[in-house]
Structure formats: C-alpha cells, structure tokens
Design a protein around this ligand. Structure first.
Ligand SMILES: [Zn+2]
Length: 228
C-alpha cells in the first residue's frame, strides 16, 4: 500500500520525509496548537515515557514541523510511518498503526488545491469512477478542517453493510493553521498550505475488504497467503 501511495504522490511532485518515532512534547503537540493541559489532548491517547518529556508519536505530524524548520517553500512531502495510541484493541483499533500524512506549503495554496489533491489520490487508489465527499471537521492544527470520504465500491454509493450510507471515510485534512506555519518557521502572511492524514491500515482495509485491523499484524499465513 505504501509503495502505491508513494508512487501516486511522487507523480505530482511529493517527496518522502521521515522522522523519529520517539518524539518530544513540543513536536508532537505544542507546535501543532495542542498546548500542555489542553483538553484537546484527550483525543490522542498517548504513551508517555517515564520521567522525561518524551512520548511515542501519536501521529506523523511532528515530521511536518521538523521538515518546515529545515526547508523553505515550496514544500510537498508525505510523511509515512508507525504511530502509537494507547487503545483498547478491537476490530477497528490497534495500539500501533501506520499513518501517511502530507503537507504542501507555497504561495497562494488554496482549499481547492487540497480538494483536487484528495480527488486525484482517491481516484488513483480506488478507481476512476469513485467520487469524493468533503465535510466539515475540526483539528487543532488546521483551519478550516475537513474530512474526506470516497464513494463505496461495493454499492456504488447506494449504501450497504460495508459503508456508511454509501461513503467510506478516508482522511482528515485542512488548511495549515497560521500558528502552525509560524511554529515551523514559515511566514503565514506570505505562505499558505494544506495538510492531510490517513491511516494506512484503513486504506488497506478498504482496498482489500479486510474486516479486522488486527489481521494486519498477526502474521497468520492463511491471511497473508492472499497477497503472495
Ligand atoms: Zn457500500
């Protein structure tokens, strides 16, 4: 899945950026508009390392902050890699999952650029006949924030057991909050940008109709054989 996602984004000028899985509080939270003690932290069930400022990153967003601090716009990156959440595991939740986030920063980047990029990605990944649906959402690090869903391939949008009313949520996204650009050392009066994030596991589940996310890490040969 990751190989395909990289190919899709590299065809429109994105490069891959990587960062540490053990992060500090600043890069994982504060630089992303999530201050210490803020209730928004409750949305990220975090593994903190004892007696330190360190934690297991809950998203690959800190890679975006690190990249902005080291590079000048135009920036177009995807940041793939493992992230960690203190979750009770079930068919849809795992304590370790893989994420792919993206970031584009340049002069005059608009919400319509983000929507066009999501549309290009979802058609490349799921098929040219798929439609996307954009809805409002909220994240501390983007303003405005949106959620994107792709039309269900099984029922073609009519609604079935595999989807929610014909749609499958694929990612959260939005225009990078001016303060987050500032935290990355970028002047928000001159530059704007968009960011998106998706779960690699979820994209794989949608693409291959996998019912239980835990199958992805159990190494059960009966499951793995279908990809051989
Ligand atoms: Zn459906």
């Amino acid at each position: 899945m990751l190989r395909e996602i990289k190919a899709i984004f590299s065809s429109i000028g994105y490069r891959v950026a990587l960062g540490p899985e053990v992060e500090d509080d600043f890069f994982n939270f504060q630089a992303l508009n999530i201050p210490q003690g803020h209730p928004a932290r409750d949305e990220w069930d975090t593994f903190y390392l004892q007696n330190s400022d360190l934690l297991l990153r809950t998203h690959t967003s800190p890679v975006q902050i690190r990249y902005m601090r080291d590079h000048r716009p135009p920036i177009r990156i995807i940041a793939p890699g493992p992230v960690y959440r203190h979750e009770a595991t079930d068919a849809f939740h795992e304590a370790q999952l893989s994420q792919v986030e993206g970031l584009a920063v340049d002069e005059d980047i608009r919400l319509s650029d983000l929507i066009g990029t999501i549309e290009y990605f979802s058609r490349s990944m799921f098929g040219a006949d798929r439609r996307i649906r954009i809805s409002g959402d909220h994240f501390p690090f983007t303003e405005p924030s949106i959620g994107a869903a792709v039309s269900c391939g099984i029922c073609a949008g009519a609604g079935c057991r595999s989807c929610r009313g014909g749609w499958l949520e694929i990612m959260g996204a939005g225009m990078v909050h001016p303060q987050v650009l500032r935290n990355g050392g970028i002047d928000p009066d001159r530059y704007s940008g968009f960011a998106f994030g998706m779960g690699l596991d979820r994209i794989a589940m949608l693409r291959y109709d996998i019912a239980d996310i835990r199958s992805l890490r159990e190494s059960d040969v009966r499951f793995l054989r279908q990809f051989g």
